[in-house]
Design a protein around this ligand. Structure first.
Ligand code: NI
Length: 266
């Protein structure tokens, strides 16, 4: 049985002490590949370097909305250079965050750099990994207008079942992680029950949002299995089948996953 953790933040300082052990534990738990997402220029550079240094590790490069700044042509050129790297699987994590950002002008800046990075992904033929927090209306509007010719995932999906239908109609994936296992998961179980089985990706968002029974602890890619168990329950499938399907889904969106070595098993 194998899993892909399609969304982790291994650059986080919470992994500074024991990253090698974290990756090894992921391998032991059946996680063959991890996509490590950058959120600033610096962390994107680190994500690329880590991907170069580790089998089974891939990178996403991009500017997260919480880190939004006026990007220069030089920043865009650097992102474009990284994107050509054989182990840079995505432009991300990019998107909109209206939970942390209440200022109208700064929200406009988020939209501007989000759209600029969508353009870049289209030019480079890379999928995008999207953060959408309390910005569902603007997110859908932007994806409809600016998302043509692009494919990607709404990571850590938090919208309604109705919005999910629209997302799937547009051919986009949703990513599911720890919150699905929480008691207050709200409409997420309903979203998952209604989701096409070939449009769902497993992720952890480590070090954040550890799934039950690890809730409250530092999250890590090995825990993706707990998310998969909850999906298996909701889909009425075996864990093996969920693992196989979601791995195939990850390879379908992130093609570069197919061409490199996996995390070595000890
Ligand atoms: Ni994230």
């Amino acid at each position: 049985m194998e899993f892909v953790d399609t969304h982790a933040h291994l650059n986080d300082e919470k992994f500074a002490e024991d990253l090698e052990a974290v990756i090894a534990r992921a391998g032991e738990a059946g996680v063959t590949r991890i996509i490590n997402l950058g959120d600033t220029m610096d962390s994107s550079a680190r994500a690329v370097a880590l991907a170069e240094a580790h089998e089974g590790l891939f990178a996403g490069v991009g500017i997260h909305p919480e880190e939004a700044f006026e990007m220069t042509g030089r920043d865009i050129d650097r992102l474009a250079d990284w994107a050509e790297h054989p182990k840079v699987a995505a432009i991300g994590e990019i998107g909109l965050d209206y939970y942390w950002e209440k200022d109208a002008e700064k929200r406009l800046l988020q939209q501007k750099i989000f759209i600029r990075q969508l353009d870049l992904a289209r030019q480079l033929h890379l999928p995008v990994c999207i953060h959408d927090r309390e910005a569902h209306g603007d997110m859908l509007a932007i994806l409809k207008k600016e998302g043509k010719g692009l494919c990607g995932v709404l990571h850590c999906y938090s919208g309604s079942p109705e919005m999910a239908k629209e997302v799937f109609r547009m051919g986009w994936f949703i990513g599911v992680d720890g919150p699905l296992t929480f008691k207050n998961a709200a409409k997420l179980p309903e979203v998952m029950r209604g989701a096409p089985r070939d449009m769902v990706l497993l992720e952890t968002d480590a070090p954040y949002m550890a799934p039950v029974p690890m809730r409250g602890k530092r999250n890590e890619p090995a825990y993706v299995r707990h998310v998969a168990e909850k999906v298996a329950e909701l889909w009425g499938m075996s864990l093996e089948e969920v693992a196989a399907r979601t791995t195939k889904n990850a390879e379908c969106l992130y093609e570069k996953l197919l061409f490199h070595k996996e995390i070595p098993k000890k």
